[in-house]
Design a protein around this ligand. Sequence first.
Ligand SMILES: NC(=O)C1=CN([C@@H]2O[C@H](COP(=O)(O)OP(=O)(O)OC[C@H]3O[C@@H](n4cnc5c(N)ncnc54)[C@H](OP(=O)(O)O)[C@@H]3O)[C@@H](O)[C@H]2O)C=CC1
Ligand SMILES: CC(=O)[C@@H](O)[C@H](O)COP(=O)(O)O
Ligand SMILES: [Mn+2]
Length: 388
Amino acid sequence: MTKKICILGSTGSIGVQTIDVAKKLGIKVVGLSAHKNVDLLIKQARELSPDILCIVDEKYYPLLKENFPDKIVVTGQQGLINIATYPHADLIVNALVGISGLVPTVEAILAGKRVALANKETLVTGGKIIKRIISQKQEKDSLPILIPVDSEHSAIFQCLVGEDKKNVKKIILTASGGPFRGKKFEELQSVKLEDVLMHPTWNMGKKITVDSATLINKGFEVIEAMFFFDKGCDDIEVLIHPQSIVHSMVEFVDGSVKAQLSYPDMRLPIEYALTFPERGKAVAAPLDLAKVKNLTFEEPDFDTFFLLKIAYDCAKEGESYPIVLNAANEEAVKYFLEGKIGFVDIMKYVAKIIEGHRLQKIETVEDILVIDAEARRRFKNLVEGEKS
Ligand SMILES: NC(=O)C1=CN([C@@H]2O[C@H](COP(=O)(O)OP(=O)(O)OC[C@H]3O[C@@H](n4cnc5c(N)ncnc54)[C@H](OP(=O)(O)O)[C@@H]3O)[C@@H](O)[C@H]2O)C=CC1
Ligand SMILES: CC(=O)[C@@H](O)[C@H](O)COP(=O)(O)O
Ligand SMILES: [Mn+2]
């Protein structure tokens, strides 16, 4: 079992829950990173006494170093890589948000680390390259290098244990439907930030909460599933399940369907990633289906939540399309959270950026970063051009 971990993004929603799980399982946390939240990082480091600490924003480096003069304290993008490749960790938990997770994942794999991956943007943007690197690194019969943390992918991963992948007919990704399930596009014009951040079943970081409201989160998860489970997007279906109890399903060639169920609590998929191939003690509440009573399912509304449809189109095109989708969405969510654009503008602007994009082939991580930067530039020009 994993004994020592580093957590990239320890101050976020997944990071904090990973610390909770690690403490309950007696796993030593040897490395922590934050972007700007130096106060929480200091608090975590005082409690856990890791060997290495990273604050990405260099402005906070002197304060962190002053508090921990005897520890390894690093900063910037190189600091994140130092945590991702820390020699004394058995496993790296990537709980970063956005494309910031890509390079650390790549560097961790290249350094021979196993990665528990919550950061879905890594596979959305870098799936093709990561798959190639893993195929060069993965030894036959050894544990997988990448283990999913995202609840749906953990569910599928759990359903596939002991199964031959040639027997998988399709993957059914469940989605809560977000706070606006059942609403039509016109009804979304006036929604406010607090409505968007009111996720019906999960308590998560702001960026993914907004993504759940537009349903692009599910589109990203389709792309993530393609790379995790080696399936085309036509074999991955999205099904709305408002209770978030069935975390996803796998249908096999004989028609049998396996599902993984639990309350919506990320500590369970985090624990599974930390203990795999074993199972640890129960850190989350056990499921009581008699109390849950109803599990319901419905088709997604692709007309209202058209970013889900666009994500499927981008998944099919591959190469630069998912990178541009991700970059435009990250920018749009940032603008929305800053109060510069409305909720439906996220959907409209992302759609416009994709409409204006032409496919570019991807061969290296550098290619991805160039395309990402260019898409962000186009987004800024589009939004600021329309405003002036
Ligand atoms: N939250 C959840 O329940 C789930 C999350 N996920 C995925 O997991 C990932 C993390 O999500 P979540 O925990 O909600 O996110 P949060 O926003 O809560 O946390 C993000 C973490 O990353 C750090 N960070 C932010 N920007 C940067 C950057 N540019 N460079 C380096 N570090 C950075 C933050 O530091 P600081 O605090 O200093 O800003 C924080 O530690 C996302 O990819 C999300 O889609 C998947 C399934 C469920
Ligand atoms: C907890 C988790 O894995 C999230 O990705 C979750 O799936 C978001 O909820 P939606 O199903 O509403 O996107
Ligand atoms: Mn998910």
